[in-house]
Ligand binder design. Sequence first.
Ligand code: 13P
Length: 334
Amino acid sequence: MSIEDLETIAQKMVAPGKGIIAIDESTTTIARRFKAVGIENTEENRRAYRELLLTTPGLSEHISGAILYDETIRQSTKDGVPFTELMKKNGIIPGIKVDKGPVALAGFPGDVITEGLDGLRERLQEYARLGAQFAKWRAVINISDDNPSSSAIEANAHALARYAALCQEAGIVPMVEPEVIMDGNHSIEVSYEVHEAVLRSLFNALYEQNVMLEGTILKASMVIAGTTAAEPSEASEVAEATVHVLKATVPASLPGIVFLSGGQKDEQATANLNEMNKLGPHPWPLSFSYGRAMQQAALDLWSKDLKGNVAEAQKIVAARAKENGLAALGQWKG
Ligand code: 13P
């Protein structure tokens, strides 16, 4: 696959008014989400839930792609159609989460490093055969009085760049995700400083590892005060600070930036994205790759009746896709 092919996929991922639905929760993470609403974490419930999301009528109007988990990319609808086939038929690009999650970074209490590089070349080749056209790797950056260390920022940037280079070798678009975690009482100014250091280090590492930015997507967190901060951030502040840090650190040759929701309330995630796009035009499309902010309301409703509430839950998914699609254009009215 050529760089032009990777570029074409990346551009489709951030087509105007479209974003990504992240349904790549690991079995442990989906267990937490299911437990919170009283759903048993069985393989069949996980499959049925992902089928509900992927068969939402009209999903592709505002969704360009979906990130799957290792188990999900091998699953099928109850009628036996592989999810990846169904997605391609419906114009949804299959993506796959390929990192193996964060572990404590030795020597740096409170910092973590994402694992999963060993054997990644072979895993990517398999995922490409299974139909994946893009892949996600999430680095986790914690903020506290002592975190993050510059060593943690650099170690995570290096791993992201190594993974991104392997993706492009396999003909897969890397979606590089350095998530600055919202937990904590830090101010929006501290969030800005950490984002600036993380993004600078990331793009430096991508350059060092010969990653072609034209075939890469950034999945970013928003610059925002911590969840227990004395002063919560307004949408206008988040938008200004986030756009500012991105313009200061992200080259214009990148095809697009999508945001994670990171635990923000559904409406807040939509409003923040909308405000950013109202400040445009920007050098890149700014869209969404939300997990919780796309799914939470639908999961709540589905949990009340797993057989009976499928169609109603799908309506919520479609509505959230539409709202976020409008926000990706700066046209959401609230
Ligand atoms: P949230 O939008 O729930 O943060 O999830 C997006 C994601 O993929 C995090 O890795």
